[in-house]
Design a protein around this ligand. Structure first.
Ligand SMILES: Cc1ncc(COP(=O)(O)O)c(C=O)c1O
Length: 232
């Protein structure tokens, strides 16, 4: 299962990053790939998005590429995803889906076709605005002693290390032992909602989604700075 740009880290694989991985997969024909390209349109600093089925056609007959309208077109509530892959697999998926959920509403399907076939020029402007927010968040987090945030290539998340916060004590007298403790402290004391790395299988980290207004982000970051400064 490959996901680039990634939720939660925002990290993305370039063609050069993918190459050695695809070479290994070529040697193991029993392995199939599920490739989640959900954030393909949200990449920064001129990063060139690539996808395995296009990079390595020899893997196409065992690659399922999935995508959706939730992120690029801000159509989360329409509940439309789509997939491309080997005909037999897609057919089998349709059999299962038609019995399990019937089908997505035809109105959502028509709206998604309009999004995918309509003008795409807004994507550039929207990505530029996401990039400003990314820079705002990454810069602010890295000014805080004890946090360490890499600059993501895409998506709208930062995934910051918070090892420096472990072992500290909150003003209320609670000791922060884990990233989940740190996130609970931010929620309880600063009223900022973030997600612990443990929820994604990697600690001690925490994810921030910056898919919100710059004003809200500034407020949230100020609160995080204050909350971190209050730890002893
Ligand atoms: C990587 C990735 N794939 C797929 C999805 C699913 O989006 P939806 O259920 O809105 O289609 C998400 C949503 O957060 C995501 O981050």
């Amino acid at each position: 299962m490959l996901n680039s740009p990634s939720n939660p880290s925002g990290a993305a694989y370039s063609a050069e990053d993918y190459r050695p991985l695809l070479d290994v997969l070529l040697k193991h024909p029993h392995v199939w790939l599920l490739v989640d390209d959900m954030y393909e349109h949200i990449v920064y600093d001129g990063f060139k998005f690539v996808t395995p089925a296009a990079l390595e056609p020899a893997l196409k007959n065992r690659t399922l590429t999935v995508n959706g309208v939730s992120k690029a077109y801000a159509m989360t509530g329409w509940r439309i995803g789509y997939a491309g892959g080997p005909r037999d697999l897609i057919k089998a998926m349709a059999v299962v889906q038609s019995q399990a959920t019937s089908c997505p509403s035809s109105i959502s399907q028509a709206a998604s076709v309009a999004a995918l076939n309509g003008p795409q020029d807004f994507l550039k402007e929207r990505t530029a605005s996401f990039q400003r927010r990314r820079d705002l968040v990454v810069t602010a987090l890295n000014t805080i002693d004890g946090l360490d945030c890499r600059t993501p290539e895409g998506a709208f998340y930062t995934f910051s290390g918070c090892a420096g916060m472990l072992g500290k004590t909150t003003p209320g007298g609670k000791r922060i032992e884990t990233d989940a403790d740190f996130c609970a402290y931010l929620l309880d004391d600063a009223h900022v909602a973030v997600v612990p790395g443990s929820a994604f299988g990697l600690s001690p980290f925490f994810r921030i989604s910056y898919a919100t207004s710059e004003a809200e982000l500034r407020e949230a970051l100020e609160r995080i700075v204050k909350a971190c400064a209050a730890l002893r």
